[in-house]
Design a protein. Structure first.
Length: 217
């Protein structure tokens, strides 16, 4: 690709693509690195420079790039059937995948609900808890206990229970549904306190919260 054509693509990126966690002050003026190709653990940028992809594609390319057997499996399934509606039908791939997950899950976790990402998984879990308690006649039992500095997602409910304030600047949340416990970062261990005492203190945070809010809530 010529430099001139690439600069046009860069302009498209700035003019049309709003990235996650985008700084509104920088919209339209960013000069990002472009990942153009990939192989194994490596990404190659617009200049052909090789970079190690430490996060694994933000956690979803753990087996590496360029895996031919994975590409062929995806292509085979797309040719066979790319999608079906799970509302009133089922299909072998989802049933088999659910079974494989259950076989690896601990204890009595025997049911699988598929979502699109971690954020929607957290949202689904919270909504199910609310639904479950409504059915039980415990409509006040809705408060989720979380931790300061925690991260659980970027959708409305998952952001609500996340404790990282910089991820929620200027954003509304359902704050009445969550109670935050103090941070558990051991680097902030009070001077003279042992790790054992610090752990006991963190457990006490939880016990105190339950007693203060009320176990019925």
């Amino acid at each position: 690709m010529s430099l001139e054509n690439f600069e046009q693509i860069r302009s498209f990126d700035n003019e049309n693509f709003v990235h996650p966690w985008e700084s509104m002050k920088k919209v339209g003026t960013n000069s990002r690195t472009f990942a153009e190709t990939a192989d194994g653990i490596y990404l190659y940028d617009e200049n052909g420079q090789k970079l190690i992809d430490g996060p694994g594609g933000m956690w979803c390319v753990q087996i590496g790039y360029g895996r031919k057997e994975m590409a062929e499996a995806i292509a085979d399934q797309v040719h066979k059937m790319p999608y079906y509606s799970p509302w009133n039908m089922s299909a072998s791939p989802s049933a088999l995948l659910a079974r494989k997950i259950v076989e690896r899950a601990p204890a009595d976790l025997k049911h699988v609900f598929f979502t699109t990402c971690g954020s929607t998984a957290v949202d689904t879990a919270i909504r199910f808890v609310h639904f479950y308690n409504n059915v039980r006649g415990k409509s006040q039992k809705k408060i989720i206990i979380s931790r300061e500095k925690s991260y659980h997602g970027s959708t409305y409910l998952s952001a609500t229970v996340s404790g990282k304030t910089r991820d929620k600047d200027w954003m509304d949340t359902a704050s009445e549904l969550v109670h935050f416990l103090p941070d558990v970062n051991p680097s902030r261990l009070p001077e003279g306190m042992s790790i054992e005492d610090y752990l006991e203190d963190k457990i006490k945070d939880l016990e105190t919260a339950i007693m203060t809010i009320g176990a019925d809530k």
